[in-house]
Design a protein around this ligand. Structure first.
Ligand SMILES: *[C@@H]1O[C@H](CO)[C@@H](O)[C@H](O)[C@H]1NC(C)=O
Ligand SMILES: *[C@@H]1O[C@H](CO)[C@@H](O)[C@H](O)[C@H]1NC(C)=O
Ligand SMILES: *[C@@H]1O[C@H](CO)[C@@H](O)[C@H](O)[C@H]1NC(C)=O
Ligand SMILES: *[C@@H]1O[C@H](CO)[C@@H](O)[C@H](O)[C@H]1NC(C)=O
Ligand SMILES: *[C@@H]1O[C@H](CO)[C@@H](O)[C@H](O)[C@H]1NC(C)=O
Ligand SMILES: *[C@@H]1O[C@H](CO)[C@@H](O)[C@H](O)[C@H]1NC(C)=O
Length: 404
């Protein structure tokens, strides 16, 4: 009996094995860009080949597709990848995508642009090289009305359930990654790099987006590491290193009509290293829209020689005088803001600036365990500045808080 049972068991296990092993594996159809006619010579324009590969992958009804960029340097003048597609698409970049050095050779706002797509996954060990160096000196729009338009590196608009993993973005002309109306999108393991003095090279910029996660990402640029604009909700940022750059900025908000609330932001386990700002919220001093900024948590944040580590500025006016100055105070309501375990060093004496609106004072600002010392040259102790703030304080407090 025992032996029959044993044989039976063996048979069952082998059948199970055969069944599992012989189940058809659903592999994506592979489109290697080089096998489909792209040239990795760094000078042939591959834009048309890439777009036609995209359209074949996107139209394919019979399962998912994988577009593969092997090692090598693929020059692209500018591409638009537009959906909707029939199935998920994987875009694996192991090589370098090279932008034109001359900015006028890109005939669109964004060098590589994705629109109306669901279930897109971009990954690989490759690099998006924006070749921004030649463009940065041309970035003088605040004084030159005929300034040339510079393209962002990679854009996503109306894209859902998608992600970017591991790739590197280097030396964008303007921003590196731009998101508009994107929902459920993960960014992880990405590196973003441009010199600290390169103008407007934001790392990740988003507006009208929800449920995005940014994690394990290194960002060093000449502008905001992450810029969070009108209408963004449920954004989660963790394990990010930022520097050089202007920090993680919410805003500027309130300048234009039809702006929407920014709600439910968490920023955890972040290091700001040598940035001009760290935690930053900026709203225009005279604002057209009355919106809410609420439910923000900043926790476990290290500041290393940061210019303005904590900076809420509701009198934002970068090129004074601001229009309609007489209109009065910002109408953006900031509330339910928690800052917990924020530590390190400040370059300026004012380590914590909570400058809220007189018409709409900040409500429920919770400070727990703040320890930011001044490493400046003149005076040893750091200070906090408060205007129109209501909230609570607990734990260690350096600088001495000023909430009443
Ligand atoms: C779709 O896939 C199935 C099995 O995976 C295959 O039998 C069929 O021929 C494919 N159809 C097309 C149009 O490729
Ligand atoms: C995307 O994935 C979702 C969930 O897995 C699925 O319902 C949807 O059909 C997919 N859409 C495309 C275009 O692949
Ligand atoms: C993406 O998600 C948003 C919000 O969940 C939804 O309104 C929109 O229709 C979705 N877009 C697509 C292309 O599925
Ligand atoms: C994003 O990450 C979360 C948490 O790790 C995961 O649950 C979700 O499926 C991911 N979504 C996409 C679109 O990659
Ligand atoms: C806040 O956003 C997170 C994702 O970052 C989400 O899991 C959570 O449900 C959101 N909370 C509310 C109240 O919407
Ligand atoms: C901060 O930046 C400096 C200068 O670039 C670098 O030497 C140092 O290792 C960085 N510290 C951390 C913790 O990343």
């Amino acid at each position: 009996m025992a032996s029959i049972a044993f044989v039976f068991k063996v048979l069952c296990v082998s059948f199970l094995f055969i069944f599992v092993a012989s189940r058809p594996t659903i592999r994506p159809k592979m489109f290697n860009v080089q096998r489909h006619g792209s040239k990795p010579d760094g000078k042939t324009d591959n834009a048309n080949v890439f777009t036609s590969i995209w359209s074949r992958a996107c139209k394919r009804k019979n399962g998912s597709s994988k577009i593969y960029v092997p090692k090598g340097t693929f020059y692209l003048s500018g591409v638009e990848f537009v959906g909707p597609c029939k199935n998920p698409i994987e875009f694996v970049i192991d090589g370098t995508l090279l932008a034109p050095a001359n900015p006028s050779d890109i005939k669109q706002d964004t060098w590589i642009n994705f629109r109306y797509i669901n279930n897109l996954s971009i990954s690989g060990s490759g690099t998006l090289d924006g070749q921004g160096k030649q463009s940065w000196p041309l970035n003088d729009c605040h004084k030159n009305p005929n300034c040339p338009k510079l393209a962002m590196t990679m854009g996503f608009a109306f894209v859902n359930n998608s992600n970017i993993k591991d790739i590197t973005s280097l030396n964008s002309k303007m921003g590196h990654f731009n998101f508009f109306s994107v929902h459920y999108f993960n960014i992880t393991g990405v590196s973003i790099t441009a010199p600290g003095d390169s103008p407007n090279t934001d790392g990740i910029k988003m507006g009208s987006c929800s449920n995005m996660h940014i994690s394990n990402t290194n960002i060093g640029t000449g502008d905001d590491c992450i810029a969070i604009l009108s209408g963004t909700t449920n954004l989660d940022i963790s394990n990010v290193k930022c520097g050089p750059g202007h920090g993680i900025s919410v805003g500027s908000l309130g300048k234009n009509k039809d702006e929407k609330a920014v709600k439910n932001l968490t920023v955890r386990d972040v290091i700001f290293n040598g940035t001009s700002d760290g935690i930053r919220i900026k709203t225009w001093e005279s604002s057209a829209s009355k919106i809410l900024v609420s439910n923000f948590v900043y926790e476990n944040i290290q500041m290393i020689d940061v210019g303005k580590p904590i900076n809420i500025d509701q009198k934002y006016c970068p090129h004074p005088p601001c229009e309609h100055e007489q209109k009065g105070e910002s109408h953006v309501q900031i509330q339910d803001l928690k800052l917990k375990n924020i530590y390190g060093t400040s370059k300026n004496k004012v380590a914590m600036n909570l400058q809220c609106s007189k018409s709409f004072p900040c409500k429920n600002v919770e400070l727990i365990d703040i320890n930011i010392k001044n490493n400046g040259l003149e005076d040893s102790s750091s200070i906090a500045v408060c205007e129109n703030v209501d909230g609570s304080v607990s734990g260690k407090m350096v600088p001495q808080h000023c909430i009443n």
